[in-house]
Ligand binder design. Sequence first.
Ligand code: URA
Length: 240
Amino acid sequence: MRLDKFVMKSTDFNKQQAKQVIESGEVRVNGEVVQEVAQQVHENNEVMFANQRLLAKPFRYLLMNKPANTICSNIDEVYPSALNLLTQDRQINGAEVENDINQRDELHIAGRLDADTTGLILITDDGRWTFNITLPTNLCPKVYRVTLSKPFKPELINTFKQGIQLQGEKALTQPAQVQIISEQQVLLTITEGKFHQVKRMFAAVGNRVIGLHREQIGQVKLDVELGQWRYLTPLEVNSF
Ligand code: URA
């Protein structure tokens, strides 16, 4: 890990503050002053600042129920980032809890949803964990509740199982499972995450998605209200 990142992870300093204390010679690695912010350090290196050994804080893992009209990038664009919701006070079991998220900019969303899609997003500062979840060959299942503009034809269940030819793609989609909930609502399980994949799958069979909500990623199920979030349990974190 870069020295500036290590200092940020072990203090409440932001990137600028970490840079400042490193470049001013206040940080020692294994007894030597290091003024190079990009120097690589490992957990077992002794990193000292203000006569104290710095220990990297553990990674953070959260889930959120993303509302519509928010985006999954770290910065606001046409819509605000869903990550803004982390730095607002929240409710747990009806009680107001003060915001306890530091260094929000260190966090990112593992696997994006469109601005108009609601539901489960996973948030972390552990890049390796994100890599595991999003690596296509890991075939991590994601469950979406899909509301359609027209009734879903039950005979298409098999087509989804065999793979759909998306416009502009060479290969068929991976086998997908469809469970019919009502005439115009299904639960769809897919193991890929191509751009606008769910919308394109239904467009390819002559239908249109008018509501999309992600309910599950791997074994992690959404269980908080729209706009709310919680930390994952160790079991959930280790399930990827
Ligand atoms: N597929 C889509 O089309 N949109 C999403 O947000 C997620 C999956």
